[in-house]
Design a protein around this ligand. Structure first.
Ligand SMILES: NC(=O)c1ccc[n+]([C@@H]2O[C@H](COP(=O)([O-])OP(=O)(O)OC[C@H]3O[C@@H](n4cnc5c(N)ncnc54)[C@H](OP(=O)(O)O)[C@@H]3O)[C@@H](O)[C@H]2O)c1
Length: 279
């Protein structure tokens, strides 16, 4: 039986991946932080073991590694899934604590977890999946901390891929492009929340030029269910013997990398500027 560890597995994409792997015969260690594991749909399923793991806690990470090492001595699959959206506001007035916290969870956490599991992954010639985001292809006013932290994780993932390849450990990044989860349940006041991160008089100045994310994107964008998304991840990223460096999976997301392949950077920036600007 193959063994996986997934961070942030109590909700959303992580919960869906636990269910998919368990149903296909994997033993899954499901990392959780504040969301109660008893409320997860995998609670009490065979071969699913909940383990507390705040990716910002060295102690939690060490305990999880020791537990899996003691149980099975190796790890076939690590999915660095835990992440947070960040709400740092415009760069000129960014809440630097929020910016750092976003990096702690989206970049330093996955790095620390991957580093700690590398010996067990070598033992199994296993695989690391680092969850970034389709936002690595976007430029978003008032919301830079999230995409920038995910771009950093994507670059790190490529470095890991190169360094681990000689030891038979495969590393790839997963770029979700719209999945129905607690993170995408934005609520009606999300635009207002974004503006409130900017103190006056700057807020009024930025309002003359930019739309908040909710107003720019609207509420008609499509989302995959977590179950359908997990199916896709399983088929494309878990089953194959070898992976590509990254996988963009989501409804309508496939065109994003092509913009960057076909157009100079300024023209791509112009597209996002038009999308997020007041007409
Ligand atoms: N949904 C999408 O459309 C989408 C798009 C692009 C990328 N992603 C990425 O996909 C991943 C999963 O997100 P999701 O959409 O499934 O949202 P979600 O349900 O909110 O899942 C995020 C999970 O991360 C956990 N987490 C946050 N901080 C943590 C920490 N310090 N240590 C351990 N766990 C922590 C959360 O646990 P708590 O309950 O403790 O907060 C939560 O279970 C994230 O990396 C996200 O950035 C999602």
């Amino acid at each position: 039986m193959k063994t996986a560890f997934i961070t942030g597995a109590a909700t959303g994409i992580g919960e869906g991946l636990v269910l998919k792997l368990q149903s296909t015969g994997w033993r899954v260690y499901a990392g959780y932080r504040s969301a109660a594991p008893e409320n997860s749909r995998w609670h009490q399923l065979d071969n699913v073991v909940p383990l507390r793991c705040d990716v910002q806690s060295e102690d939690d990470i060490r305990c999880v590694v020791e537990r899996i090492e003691g149980d099975v001595g190796q790890l076939d699959l690590l999915i660095n899934n835990a992440g947070c959206p960040g709400n740092s506001g415009v760069i000129e007035a960014a809440d630097m604590d929020d910016y750092r916290r976003t990096f702690e969870i989206n970049f330093w956490g996955p790095l620390a977890v991957a580093q700690a599991f590398m010996p067990l992954l070598r033992n199994a010639k296993g695989r690391i999946v680092n969850t970034t985001s389709a936002s690595v292809y976007l430029t978003i006013p008032m919301g830079s901390s999230y995409p920038v932290s995910k771009v950093a994780l994507k670059a790190l993932s490529n470095h890991m891929r190169m360094e681990m390849a000689p030891f038979g450990v495969d590393v790839t990044s997963l770029e979700p492009g719209g999945v129905e989860t607690p993170m995408t349940e934005l609520g009606d006041d999300v635009g207002e929340m974004q503006w409130n991160t900017i103190p006056e008089p700057l807020r009024s100045q930025y309002k003359q030029y930019f739309l908040d994310g909710a107003s720019a994107i609207g509420d008609n964008f499509k989302l995959y269910s977590a179950a359908h998304f997990a199916e896709q991840v399983y088929k494309k990223m878990i089953v194959p013997k070898k992976t590509k460096p990254s996988y963009l999976i989501g409804p309508g997301a496939a065109a994003l990398p092509w913009l960057h392949r076909l157009l100079p950077t300024q023209q791509v920036l112009n597209i996002w500027t038009r999308m997020f600007s007041k007409k």
